[in-house]
Design a protein around this ligand. Structure first.
Ligand SMILES: NC(=O)c1ccc[n+]([C@@H]2O[C@H](COP(=O)([O-])OP(=O)(O)OC[C@H]3O[C@@H](n4cnc5c(N)ncnc54)[C@H](OP(=O)(O)O)[C@@H]3O)[C@@H](O)[C@H]2O)c1
Length: 262
Protein backbone atom coordinates (compact mmCIF):
# COMPACT_ATOMS: atom_id res chain seq x y z
CA UNK A 1 0.00 0.00 0.00
CA UNK A 2 2.80 2.38 1.02
CA UNK A 3 4.60 1.64 -2.27
CA UNK A 4 1.49 2.15 -4.37
CA UNK A 5 0.86 5.56 -2.77
CA UNK A 6 4.52 6.50 -3.22
CA UNK A 7 4.43 5.53 -6.90
CA UNK A 8 1.20 7.45 -7.49
CA UNK A 9 2.66 10.54 -5.85
CA UNK A 10 6.22 10.46 -7.18
CA UNK A 11 6.25 8.12 -10.22
CA UNK A 12 7.38 7.32 -12.88
CA UNK A 13 11.07 8.26 -12.72
CA UNK A 14 13.22 9.58 -9.88
CA UNK A 15 16.50 11.36 -10.52
CA UNK A 16 19.24 10.84 -7.95
CA UNK A 17 22.09 13.32 -8.44
CA UNK A 18 25.11 11.58 -6.91
CA UNK A 19 23.44 8.19 -7.01
CA UNK A 20 26.25 5.67 -7.50
CA UNK A 21 27.64 5.21 -4.02
CA UNK A 22 27.06 5.66 -0.28
CA UNK A 23 23.89 7.54 0.61
CA UNK A 24 23.08 8.26 -3.04
CA UNK A 25 23.06 4.54 -3.87
CA UNK A 26 20.97 3.91 -0.73
CA UNK A 27 18.42 6.49 -1.93
CA UNK A 28 18.38 4.85 -5.36
CA UNK A 29 17.77 1.43 -3.84
CA UNK A 30 15.06 2.66 -1.44
CA UNK A 31 13.26 4.41 -4.32
CA UNK A 32 13.55 1.31 -6.54
CA UNK A 33 12.06 -0.76 -3.70
CA UNK A 34 9.05 1.61 -3.80
CA UNK A 35 8.60 0.82 -7.50
CA UNK A 36 9.91 3.91 -9.31
CA UNK A 37 12.29 3.85 -12.26
CA UNK A 38 15.56 5.73 -11.88
CA UNK A 39 17.89 8.20 -13.53
CA UNK A 40 21.25 8.11 -11.75
CA UNK A 41 23.98 10.72 -12.17
CA UNK A 42 27.60 10.46 -11.01
CA UNK A 43 31.02 11.18 -12.45
CA UNK A 44 32.75 7.79 -12.37
CA UNK A 45 31.09 5.73 -15.09
CA UNK A 46 32.23 2.24 -14.00
CA UNK A 47 30.83 2.53 -10.48
CA UNK A 48 27.69 4.23 -11.77
CA UNK A 49 27.05 1.46 -14.29
CA UNK A 50 27.66 -1.24 -11.67
CA UNK A 51 25.16 0.35 -9.25
CA UNK A 52 22.62 0.84 -12.05
CA UNK A 53 22.95 -2.79 -13.20
CA UNK A 54 22.64 -4.15 -9.64
CA UNK A 55 19.49 -2.16 -8.88
CA UNK A 56 17.94 -2.88 -12.27
CA UNK A 57 18.34 -6.61 -11.81
CA UNK A 58 17.25 -6.66 -8.18
CA UNK A 59 14.06 -4.59 -8.55
CA UNK A 60 13.19 -5.13 -12.25
CA UNK A 61 12.87 -1.42 -12.99
CA UNK A 62 14.38 0.81 -15.67
CA UNK A 63 17.60 2.53 -14.62
CA UNK A 64 19.17 5.19 -16.85
CA UNK A 65 22.71 6.18 -15.94
CA UNK A 66 24.27 9.50 -16.90
CA UNK A 67 27.98 10.01 -16.32
CA UNK A 68 28.30 13.74 -15.66
CA UNK A 69 29.73 16.23 -13.21
CA UNK A 70 27.12 18.28 -11.30
CA UNK A 71 29.66 21.12 -11.29
CA UNK A 72 28.86 21.56 -15.02
CA UNK A 73 25.17 22.34 -14.67
CA UNK A 74 24.70 23.41 -18.30
CA UNK A 75 25.86 20.00 -19.52
CA UNK A 76 23.68 18.20 -16.95
CA UNK A 77 20.67 20.27 -18.03
CA UNK A 78 21.27 19.34 -21.68
CA UNK A 79 21.58 15.63 -20.87
CA UNK A 80 18.43 15.60 -18.73
CA UNK A 81 16.44 17.63 -21.25
CA UNK A 82 17.28 15.03 -23.93
CA UNK A 83 15.71 12.21 -21.88
CA UNK A 84 12.35 10.93 -23.05
CA UNK A 85 11.11 10.17 -19.53
CA UNK A 86 9.08 12.15 -17.02
CA UNK A 87 10.92 12.85 -13.75
CA UNK A 88 8.65 13.49 -10.77
CA UNK A 89 11.10 12.96 -7.90
CA UNK A 90 14.48 14.66 -7.46
CA UNK A 91 16.97 13.63 -4.81
CA UNK A 92 19.94 15.98 -4.79
CA UNK A 93 22.65 14.07 -2.93
CA UNK A 94 25.95 15.00 -4.63
CA UNK A 95 28.19 17.32 -2.66
CA UNK A 96 31.69 18.69 -2.58
CA UNK A 97 32.95 18.98 0.99
CA UNK A 98 36.40 20.55 1.25
CA UNK A 99 37.74 20.24 4.77
CA UNK A 100 40.21 22.65 6.33
CA UNK A 101 40.76 26.18 7.48
CA UNK A 102 39.30 28.90 5.26
CA UNK A 103 42.71 30.60 5.07
CA UNK A 104 44.15 27.47 3.41
CA UNK A 105 41.26 26.82 1.04
CA UNK A 106 41.84 27.46 -2.67
CA UNK A 107 39.49 29.66 -4.70
CA UNK A 108 38.91 26.67 -6.99
CA UNK A 109 37.64 24.54 -4.12
CA UNK A 110 35.40 27.32 -2.83
CA UNK A 111 33.94 27.84 -6.30
CA UNK A 112 33.40 24.09 -6.70
CA UNK A 113 31.51 23.97 -3.37
CA UNK A 114 28.99 26.52 -4.62
CA UNK A 115 28.77 24.95 -8.12
CA UNK A 116 27.97 21.44 -6.83
CA UNK A 117 26.18 22.24 -3.55
CA UNK A 118 24.30 25.46 -4.40
CA UNK A 119 23.98 26.24 -8.11
CA UNK A 120 23.19 22.71 -9.29
CA UNK A 121 20.46 21.84 -6.72
CA UNK A 122 18.90 25.30 -7.12
CA UNK A 123 18.72 25.16 -10.92
CA UNK A 124 17.80 21.46 -11.03
CA UNK A 125 14.92 22.12 -8.62
CA UNK A 126 13.84 24.97 -10.93
CA UNK A 127 14.12 22.79 -14.07
CA UNK A 128 12.31 19.73 -12.72
CA UNK A 129 9.68 21.47 -10.58
CA UNK A 130 8.23 23.08 -13.73
CA UNK A 131 6.91 19.76 -15.05
CA UNK A 132 5.98 18.60 -11.52
CA UNK A 133 3.81 21.71 -11.12
CA UNK A 134 2.20 21.00 -14.50
CA UNK A 135 1.50 17.39 -13.50
CA UNK A 136 0.36 18.47 -10.02
CA UNK A 137 2.56 15.87 -8.36
CA UNK A 138 6.16 15.31 -7.42
CA UNK A 139 8.83 15.51 -4.78
CA UNK A 140 12.20 17.16 -4.14
CA UNK A 141 14.72 16.01 -1.53
CA UNK A 142 17.71 18.26 -0.87
CA UNK A 143 20.55 16.82 1.19
CA UNK A 144 21.58 19.15 3.95
CA UNK A 145 23.46 18.54 7.18
CA UNK A 146 23.44 19.32 10.88
CA UNK A 147 26.68 21.14 10.06
CA UNK A 148 24.51 23.66 8.23
CA UNK A 149 22.47 24.62 11.29
CA UNK A 150 25.21 26.93 12.60
CA UNK A 151 28.72 27.96 11.64
CA UNK A 152 31.00 24.91 11.43
CA UNK A 153 34.72 25.73 11.74
CA UNK A 154 37.02 23.68 9.51
CA UNK A 155 34.01 23.10 7.21
CA UNK A 156 32.84 26.70 7.03
CA UNK A 157 32.06 26.97 3.30
CA UNK A 158 30.54 23.48 3.04
CA UNK A 159 28.32 24.12 6.08
CA UNK A 160 27.15 27.40 4.56
CA UNK A 161 26.17 25.59 1.33
CA UNK A 162 24.20 23.04 3.37
CA UNK A 163 22.42 25.86 5.19
CA UNK A 164 21.40 27.20 1.76
CA UNK A 165 19.77 23.85 0.94
CA UNK A 166 17.78 23.77 4.21
CA UNK A 167 16.44 27.28 3.71
CA UNK A 168 15.70 26.69 0.03
CA UNK A 169 13.76 23.50 0.85
CA UNK A 170 11.76 25.27 3.57
CA UNK A 171 10.69 28.04 1.19
CA UNK A 172 9.86 25.64 -1.63
CA UNK A 173 7.98 23.33 0.77
CA UNK A 174 5.44 26.10 1.38
CA UNK A 175 5.38 27.46 -2.19
CA UNK A 176 5.02 24.14 -4.00
CA UNK A 177 2.62 22.42 -1.58
CA UNK A 178 -0.51 23.91 -3.26
CA UNK A 179 0.79 22.48 -6.56
CA UNK A 180 0.97 18.95 -5.11
CA UNK A 181 4.78 18.95 -4.95
CA UNK A 182 6.45 17.88 -1.69
CA UNK A 183 9.85 19.32 -0.74
CA UNK A 184 12.10 18.31 2.14
CA UNK A 185 15.62 19.00 3.39
CA UNK A 186 17.39 16.08 5.04
CA UNK A 187 19.52 17.57 7.84
CA UNK A 188 21.66 14.54 8.50
CA UNK A 189 24.25 13.90 11.18
CA UNK A 190 27.13 11.54 10.40
CA UNK A 191 26.32 8.78 7.89
CA UNK A 192 28.44 5.70 7.19
CA UNK A 193 29.45 6.42 3.60
CA UNK A 194 32.78 6.31 1.74
CA UNK A 195 32.88 10.14 2.01
CA UNK A 196 32.48 9.99 5.79
CA UNK A 197 35.11 7.26 6.19
CA UNK A 198 37.60 9.41 4.26
CA UNK A 199 37.05 12.44 6.51
CA UNK A 200 36.63 10.79 9.93
CA UNK A 201 39.79 8.99 10.97
CA UNK A 202 38.70 8.01 14.49
CA UNK A 203 35.63 6.05 15.59
CA UNK A 204 32.20 7.19 14.30
CA UNK A 205 30.51 10.08 16.14
CA UNK A 206 27.49 9.33 18.39
CA UNK A 207 24.31 9.07 16.32
CA UNK A 208 26.13 7.90 13.18
CA UNK A 209 23.63 6.11 10.92
CA UNK A 210 23.70 3.55 8.14
CA UNK A 211 22.99 5.16 4.75
CA UNK A 212 19.94 2.92 4.19
CA UNK A 213 18.32 4.22 7.43
CA UNK A 214 18.82 7.86 6.37
CA UNK A 215 17.34 7.18 2.92
CA UNK A 216 14.30 5.30 4.31
CA UNK A 217 13.53 7.87 7.01
CA UNK A 218 13.84 10.72 4.52
CA UNK A 219 11.55 9.16 1.92
CA UNK A 220 9.03 8.29 4.66
CA UNK A 221 9.08 11.93 5.82
CA UNK A 222 8.59 13.43 2.35
CA UNK A 223 5.23 15.23 2.39
CA UNK A 224 5.10 15.50 6.19
CA UNK A 225 7.13 18.66 6.74
CA UNK A 226 9.96 20.83 5.44
CA UNK A 227 12.84 19.09 7.20
CA UNK A 228 13.82 15.68 8.53
CA UNK A 229 16.64 15.01 10.97
CA UNK A 230 17.22 11.25 10.77
CA UNK A 231 17.92 9.43 14.07
CA UNK A 232 16.86 10.25 17.62
CA UNK A 233 20.32 11.34 18.83
CA UNK A 234 20.65 13.71 15.87
CA UNK A 235 17.15 15.14 16.44
CA UNK A 236 18.06 15.92 20.06
CA UNK A 237 21.47 17.26 19.01
CA UNK A 238 20.00 19.64 16.44
CA UNK A 239 17.29 20.77 18.86
CA UNK A 240 19.89 21.61 21.50
CA UNK A 241 22.17 23.36 18.99
CA UNK A 242 19.46 25.46 17.35
CA UNK A 243 16.90 26.09 20.10
CA UNK A 244 18.58 25.84 23.51
CA UNK A 245 22.11 27.12 23.08
CA UNK A 246 23.36 30.55 22.10
CA UNK A 247 24.84 30.73 18.58
CA UNK A 248 28.29 31.16 20.15
CA UNK A 249 27.92 28.00 22.25
CA UNK A 250 26.53 26.02 19.30
CA UNK A 251 29.51 27.04 17.12
CA UNK A 252 31.94 26.09 19.93
CA UNK A 253 30.37 22.62 20.22
CA UNK A 254 30.34 22.11 16.45
CA UNK A 255 33.97 23.20 16.33
CA UNK A 256 34.91 20.36 18.71
CA UNK A 257 33.32 17.88 16.26
CA UNK A 258 34.43 19.32 12.93
CA UNK A 259 37.89 20.43 14.10
CA UNK A 260 39.13 16.81 14.03
CA UNK A 261 38.13 16.15 10.42
CA UNK A 262 40.87 16.12 7.82
N1 LIG B 1 28.37 11.30 5.02
C1 LIG B 1 27.99 12.06 6.02
O1 LIG B 1 28.38 11.87 7.19
C2 LIG B 1 27.03 13.21 5.77
C3 LIG B 1 26.50 13.92 6.86
C4 LIG B 1 25.59 14.94 6.64
C5 LIG B 1 25.20 15.24 5.33
N2 LIG B 1 25.74 14.54 4.30
C6 LIG B 1 25.31 14.88 2.95
O2 LIG B 1 24.87 13.68 2.34
C7 LIG B 1 25.18 13.66 0.95
C8 LIG B 1 26.03 12.43 0.65
O3 LIG B 1 27.33 12.64 1.16
P1 LIG B 1 28.53 11.62 1.05
O4 LIG B 1 29.80 12.35 0.95
O5 LIG B 1 28.42 10.72 2.17
O6 LIG B 1 28.36 11.05 -0.40
P2 LIG B 1 27.87 9.62 -0.95
O7 LIG B 1 26.41 9.56 -1.01
O8 LIG B 1 28.62 8.55 -0.26
O9 LIG B 1 28.53 9.68 -2.43
C9 LIG B 1 28.58 10.76 -3.21
C10 LIG B 1 27.84 10.41 -4.51
O10 LIG B 1 27.77 11.58 -5.28
C11 LIG B 1 28.53 11.43 -6.46
N3 LIG B 1 29.15 12.72 -6.70
C12 LIG B 1 30.00 13.39 -5.91
N4 LIG B 1 30.34 14.55 -6.48
C13 LIG B 1 29.69 14.61 -7.67
C14 LIG B 1 29.65 15.54 -8.71
N5 LIG B 1 30.38 16.66 -8.70
N6 LIG B 1 28.87 15.28 -9.79
C15 LIG B 1 28.14 14.14 -9.85
N7 LIG B 1 28.15 13.22 -8.89
C16 LIG B 1 28.91 13.45 -7.81
C17 LIG B 1 29.51 10.29 -6.19
O11 LIG B 1 29.92 9.62 -7.37
P3 LIG B 1 31.20 10.10 -8.22
O12 LIG B 1 32.31 10.30 -7.23
O13 LIG B 1 31.44 9.00 -9.19
O14 LIG B 1 30.81 11.37 -8.89
C18 LIG B 1 28.61 9.39 -5.35
O15 LIG B 1 27.72 8.67 -6.15
C19 LIG B 1 25.90 14.98 0.68
O16 LIG B 1 25.00 15.93 0.18
C20 LIG B 1 26.41 15.41 2.04
O17 LIG B 1 26.54 16.80 2.14
C21 LIG B 1 26.64 13.54 4.48
Amino acid sequence: MKNIQFREKYGQYALVAGGSDGLGAAFAEAIAQRGLNLVLIARQEDRLKATAARIKELYEIDVISIAADMADYENVKKLISNLKVSISLLVYNAAFAPIGLFENMSEDHLALSTAVNVKAPLLLAKLLSASMIQQKRGGIVLMSSIAGAQGSPNLAAYAATKSFNTILAEGLWKELKPHGVDVIACCAGAILTPGYHKAEKTRPAPGTLEASKVAEQTLDALGRGPIIVPGVINKIGRFVLTRLLSRKAAIDIMSKNTGGLS
